[in-house]
Design a protein around this ligand. Structure first.
Ligand SMILES: O=C(O)CCC(=O)C(=O)O
Ligand SMILES: [Fe+2]
Length: 320
């Protein structure tokens, strides 16, 4: 499967800057149209918080399968995705906002014998910070679309909600070649903020269909555009296909935060976003209907995707 070990060079956005230069905004817009991925620096999350969450996550995923399976996918809580659903190497735990503490604690209560709120407190802190960052990032992305778009935050994005997935990739044995840890997919979010550890393996698919590595870069977080924002921006922002390949006999840890429209939001690119003389690429659709489509469709299922928002709401029929 080894196709490419070429790393892509992505725009780096300093999120602490109070005012961005027009050149920085236009470079961001270009990156988002071409790759849909960029790095952020000075995000204010300490390495200490990541080490702690990573170590807690190790404890959690080391529990026996029977214990973890009490959380899903066939239990009522469905917060746990076991091995073999997305890939033999992938498992994850979902923690939902806005009350990340309560969500994490309800999983911790099932998993751990000893009562402790440390895990949930950390995830509450992380979730809150990620929600703040997501708001800031969305506003900057709106500004990158052009003058006057920032004000759309209030009317369109103020009810966005976040959830996160703690992802654990187990170490592949007998590595002659790389293996797929997480199959090709697009995210269903508006934006995703991703922390990946130093193992590497995340890849983005170029517009020409070539897989490019996104190498870990210490101190940065990775942001990518999801399907909701691709549709809302009439493809001025791209939701790129990505995947994870495993090349090293080591465990890999990542933490993905998804910032999404509320379930009953009708996604429709505003006229001024579409622009005069351009066609609207997507028909209006209700967010939850798209999420269900992805969940229920064999070809659009969870991480294994060939079927996304364009197939669901594209104004023109897709050539299959
Ligand atoms: O583990 C990673 O680096 C990527 C995870 C991912 O793409 C996802 O959870 O949607
Ligand atoms: Fe993803």
């Amino acid at each position: 499967m080894s196709e490419s070990k070429i790393s892509v060079k992505l725009h780096i956005l300093d999120i602490s800057e109070p005012e961005l230069q027009p050149s920085s905004l236009s470079s961001l817009a270009q990156t988002c149209k071409t790759w849909g991925f960029f790095h952020i620096i000075n995000h204010g999350i300490s390495t200490d918080l990541y080490s702690k969450i990573c170590s807690m996550s190790n404890d959690l995923f080391s529990l026996p399968s029977e214990t973890k399976l009490k959380l899903g996918p066939f239990s009522s809580s469905k917060t746990y995705t076991p091995h073999f659903l997305a890939s033999p190497f992938f498992e994850s735990l979902r923690v939902s906002g806005p009350n990340f503490f309560a969500s994490a604690q309800s999983s911790a209560d099932v998993l751990f014998d000893q009562q402790s709120s440390l895990f949930s407190e950390m995830l509450q802190e992380y979730g809150t910070k990620m929600a703040e960052l997501s708001k800031k990032i969305t506003e900057i992305l709106l500004m990158s679309l052009g003058d006057g778009f920032k004000k759309k935050y209030e009317s369109e994005f103020k009810n966005c909600q976040g959830y996160m997935r703690i992802n654990n990739y187990s170490a592949p044995q007998n590595l002659d070649d790389e293996v797929e840890g997480l199959g090709m997919h697009t995210d269903m979010s508006c934006v995703t903020i991703l922390y990946q550890d130093q193992i590497g393996g995340l890849q983005v698919r170029s517009e020409e269909g070539k897989w490019m590595d996104i190498s870990p870069c210490e101190g940065t977080l990775l942001v990518n555009i999801g399907d909701m924002l691709q549709a809302w921006s009439n493809e001025k922002l791209r939701s790129s296909e990505h995947r994870v390949v495993l090349r090293r006999p080591e465990n890999r840890f990542s933490l993905a935060f998804f910032w999404c429209f509320e379930d009953d939001k009708v996604v429709l690119a505003p006229d001024d976003v579409v622009g005069e003389g351009s066609e609207r690429i997507y028909k209006p659709f209700v967010c939850l209907d798209y999420l269900k489509f992805r969940e229920n469709n064999e070809r659009g299922k969870f991480e294994k995707v060939g079927f996304t928002v364009k197939d669901f709401a594209g104004a023109k029929p897709q050539v299959m």
